[in-house]
Design a binder for this molecule. Sequence first.
Ligand SMILES: [Zn+2]
Length: 309
Amino acid sequence: MAAWMDPSRSLPLPALNDEEGPRLPEGLPPVVDAHVHLFPDPVFEAIWRWFEQYGWPIRYKLHTPEVVAFLLSRGVSRVVALAYSHKPGMARLLNQYMAEVVRAEPRVVGLATVLPGEEGAADILAEAFAAGLQGVKLHCHVQCFAPDAPALHEVYEACARAGKPLVMHAGREPASPHYRCDPHALCSAERVERVLKDHPTLRLCVPHMGADEFDAYVRLLERYDTLWLDTTMAMADYFPIALPRRALDVRPERILYGTDFPQLPYAWDRELKQLLGLKLGDEVEAGLLGQNALRLFGGVLPERNIPWG
Ligand SMILES: [Zn+2]
């Protein structure tokens, strides 16, 4: 088993004072950040407080308009924005909030959320899709569910029916003993495989390269054409692990560049620099940095990276 983090580790993890670039390097293909968080101010602030106590220091305490402006002004072409609810009755508000963000800035691809098992879950998602949201985000650790729990069935079916992808933090890490549930008890690649088998038309993206079951997720990528992974934080050389790059060799068209911005303890472009350092070649890079995400979430990009004005 990969030693991702020692549960007895001292928390929070450190901030890195690494240097940040002023914008994306010249000559890159269009870049989509497929994993950005946007929340209403009080929710953002509560999450930052939690992270600073139990996770890592947040370098970019930016609210929604600033998050979007920050990334677009540095050359990112599209931002896939995620939120998640942690109690019943919260999802509709988050979805309405996200739909407003998308209306104000069409370069944001907004995803909906729902708390699995809450009353009217399928209706909540149908409303969110009708309001322009282009997929769903779930978080097994924060929302405390196993990927193959029965309550998930209606969420999977709602996504599959609407043809909307689901981004689900279904890997065991990064975990925290301060979650209300034990991610290692709830999450496993095996359970995710059950979901892929039972819902063959559901398109599923698992963040963090499936941390920490990297090899198991590579095997799933090889077997299922409905699975994607995003690189978020797993390819940034922050956690004490070897970069899990094998998935990029095996199914490069299934991997999305994502960062977790703004909840980062390091420079906004750290992960991108790591990925460019792998020298993956133009075609793989273009897919990883933008085109794979567009194929999953829909949308078109300019041929060149056009600076934001
Ligand atoms: Zn995230």
